[in-house]
Design a binder for this molecule. Structure first.
Ligand SMILES: Cc1cc2nc3c(=O)[nH]c(=O)nc-3n(C[C@H](O)[C@H](O)[C@H](O)COP(=O)(O)OP(=O)(O)OC[C@H]3O[C@@H](n4cnc5c(N)ncnc54)[C@H](O)[C@@H]3O)c2cc1C
Length: 413
């Protein structure tokens, strides 16, 4: 194998492959070093194997990090339109779902990974697998990668080693070690888009229930985030998309030793006043001959009814029309704000992404080049950027990969 290239990319994931393709299209001689035996393993797991690869709704609100505006220049030059065009040229016919989420028409994430690899091969982007990198050094002429398989040299280097989530797909955090050696600062790296663990023992009783609900996250009694959608109750806590969307805030706060709780609203479209009126009707007029649990039948799942009543201090067997105004007010409050004390997350292995990474203050957002080490570029989740659930993390991988690849190609000429 040719040991000298214009650009070495470390990591053959979504951002590394995209960077490689665009660098090669710009005329650079590219080598990708990958420590796994395959490229794009994480792509295969995305969107439950279907790959939600972008979203028609874009904007700063869908991205997080120390400086969310960092994403804007990359999204402006390689946003949804460019992404759809890019993938269409690779053969991926996009299918948009009602909510603006895009998937490949094949319904297979593997077709996205394969089409990127076919394009790499067409452009002669070489990928070396099972590479064990010992050290990456800046030299007088560029970079030198010392690996168990020998040394590789290049004029520029793109680090696209991902975050720390789902390490079985290859992103084990080892890339951060090289980055720190270059003198770059890392922001706190925590699991995001992840299930949250709760303290309440009643969780075991309602495990398996799915309900449309609003999840609000409070940190030290202050509301930080909320999201509505299909909540999944599990024996350890809460899951489902609304939980994922707020989880980064909980995760960061927990890692800083702060107190976190979630309030679950099981009637998110109904005001507090209307919830109370609804319960008064169900327990009063319609409640004749029923007990309290039976008065809730048809509103929520049975097991949830039992828990809501218990948390509101009402016996499930109490005749519905004998429940007092105060009891119904307490029940309405519980329905609108069932409290779960959040004691942890399910961790990096179960997370879809990690929040945190290379401090974006030290990276040029229009080129993805390090402000500390000329010729060193970053792409993807390795940076302190994490997107919401809905195709935003892959969009960031494509956008930052495009910018890093094209700018590194220019830099290496
Ligand atoms: C279960 C799951 C579902 C997801 N679903 C979606 C979805 O539907 N839509 C969406 O937008 N996002 C989704 N994501 C997130 C998305 O997959 C990632 O944000 C994206 O893949 C990040 O791309 P990346 O190139 O930065 O990193 P990765 O895809 O993680 O790639 C990093 C690559 O670098 C390699 N590497 C790491 N360290 C080294 C090293 N030291 N030496 C050599 N190689 C190294 C790794 O093996 C890997 O190949 C999902 C994630 C998971 C885990």
């Amino acid at each position: 194998m040719d040991r000298q290239s214009d650009i070495i990319i470390v990591g053959a994931g979504a951002s590394g492959l995209t960077a490689g393709i665009h660098a090669a299209r710009a005329g650079a001689h590219v080598l990708i070093l990958e420590h796994m035996d395959k490229a794009g393993k994480k792509i295969l797991a995305t969107g439950n194997g279907k790959c939600n690869f972008t979203n028609e709704k874009q904007g700063i609100a869908y991205y997080h990090g120390k400086n969310p505006a960092f994403v804007l220049p990359a999204l402006r030059c390689f946003g949804v339109k460019e992404t759809l065009h890019f993938f269409e040229t690779l053969g991926i016919y996009p299918k948009k779902k009602w909510d603006g989420y895009y998937y490949p028409a094949s319904g297979q994430a593997s077709s996205v990974a394969q089409s990127l690899l076919l394009e790499c091969s067409r452009l002669n982007v070489r990928i070396a697998y099972n590479i064990g990198i010992r050290e990456i050094k800046k030299t007088a002429t560029g970079f030198s990668c010392h690996t168990k398989q020998g040394n590789f040299a290049s004029k520029c280097c793109i680090l696209a080693t991902g975050g720390k989530a789902a390490k079985k797909t290859g992103s084990d955090g080892s890339g951060f070690l090289y980055i720190e050696k270059f003198g770059h600062k890392l922001t706190d790296i925590v699991p995001a888009l992840v299930q949250l663990q709760g303290k309440q023992s009643f969780l075991k009783e309602i495990a398996g229930i799915r309900a449309d609900a609003k999840v609000s996250i409070y940190i030290e009694n202050e509301k930080m985030a909320e999201n509505t959608g299909e909540l999944q109750l599990t024996k350890f806590g809460i899951s489902g998309i609304p939980t994922f969307q707020v989880s980064r805030h909980a995760s960061l706060a927990l890692s800083a030793g702060k107190r976190v709780f979630a309030l679950l609203d099981f009637l998110p479209d109904v005001t507090a006043k209307d919830t109370l009126n609804l319960l008064k009707r169900r327990f009063g007029h319609y409640g004749a001959g029923k007990n309290a649990a039976q008065a809730l039948l048809g509103l929520f799942a049975d097991k949830l009814n039992d828990v809501l009543l218990r948390e509101a201090g009402i016996s499930a067997s109490k005749p519905a029309n004998r429940c007092t105004k105060d009891e119904l007010a307490r029940l309405a409050g519980t329905v609108k704000a069932l409290r779960i004390d959040v004691v942890g997350t399910k961790g990096f292995d179960d997370a879809q992404v990690s929040a945190g990474g290379v401090d974006t203050d030290e990276v040029n957002p229009t080129t993805m080049e390090s402000r500390l080490v000329p010729g060193l570029f970053f792409a993807g989740e390795v940076l302190d950027v994490d997107g919401m659930c809905g195709g935003y993390n892959l969009q960031w991988a494509w956008s930052s990969g495009y910018v890093a690849g094209t700018k590194a190609a220019l830099c290496s000429q």
